[in-house]
Design a protein around this ligand. Structure first.
Ligand code: ATP
Length: 250
């Protein structure tokens, strides 16, 4: 199952925030790199239908998304962890994930099991009774990821989920993502993840492919195999060398 943006243009205040962007999300992790203001969050908002395109279209399961029912279908099958999301501090981790399941209209009889699975994948089960205001930033981001994936979405949009996390919490987040999307994951068909970040380390640890956005346009697309060493390893330095020139201002 894929979500795609076809020749998407989005103009605001006389500037083009997105300029003729075409991108198809396929199973695995697509890491979206780009300088501040390149349009990463706007691209996610466009995929979710939160920003109407001036030109172009979003496609879901091969069809253009045009009417309300189609947008509802897309949203039902898409999880989203927005950048700088405000968490209700008094809510427990488990209640937060249950609430997300309710918002996504997960049937009650399935909700308990799916919440437990989401907490397990994100390694948050031991913290299920803790209030969101009493856990670390990294744990909150993993709770946010659990909430985003509780409805078993086909597509998961993660907007700078590792921003502000220390190296250990970043590694825990990478592990959670690998548990969700990696070979042998027992969550059924592989999820298509779009993860925006400023960290080459995120790309090296998680990317199946890398897309660099520059001034609202796709400047570079690379598959993991384009960058890996003969031993199959993808280093931070290899990501940096391949991408940094494409992030310079135009
Ligand atoms: N609501 C808005 N109205 C007008 N311009 C906007 C709006 N939202 C974003 N922009 C502009 O669109 C451009 C892209 O912003 P966006 O937040 O998508 O970039 P980004 O790549 O996610 O940046 P960052 O890495 O800083 O999060 C910026 O120039 C921004 O000023």
């Amino acid at each position: 199952m894929t979500i795609a943006l076809d020749q998407g243009w989005l103009a605001r205040d006389r500037a083009d925030v997105l300029r003729d962007v075409s991108l198809a999300l396929t199973p695995g992790v697509t890491v979206l790199l780009g300088a501040n203001g390149a349009g990463k969050s706007t691209l996610m908002a466009a995929l979710l239908g939160l920003r109407p395109l001036s030109k172009g279209s979003v496609r879901w399961r091969g069809s253009r998304v045009t009417d309300r029912a189609q947008w509802q279908q897309l949203r039902r099958h898409t999880g989203w962890l927005p950048q700088g999301f405000g968490f209700p501090p008094a809510m427990t981790v488990a209640d937060f994930v249950v609430y997300a399941a309710w918002l996504k209209e997960v049937p009650t009889r399935e909700a308990e099991e799916l919440c437990a699975e989401a907490l397990d994948v994100t390694q948050m089960a031991a913290l299920r009774g803790r209030r969101l205001g009493s856990i670390s930033g990294g744990e909150r981001q993993r709770a946010g990821m659990a909430a985003a994936l509780v409805s078993q979405p086909a597509v998961l949009l993660l907007d700078e989920p590792t921003s502000g996390l220390d190296p250990i919490q970043r590694a825990r987040f990478h592990e959670a993502l690998q548990r969700l999307t990696g070979a042998g994951a027992d969550t059924g068909p592989r999820v298509s993840v779009l993860l925006s970040t400023h960290l080459f380390e995120d790309a090296a640890a998680t990317a199946d492919r890398i897309v660099v956005l520059r001034a609202g346009s796709v400047a570079l697309t690379l598959e993991r195999c384009d960058l890996t060493s003969p031993g199959g390893e993808l280093t931070v330095e290899a990501v940096r060398q391949a991408t940094v020139a494409f992030m310079e201002p135009v």
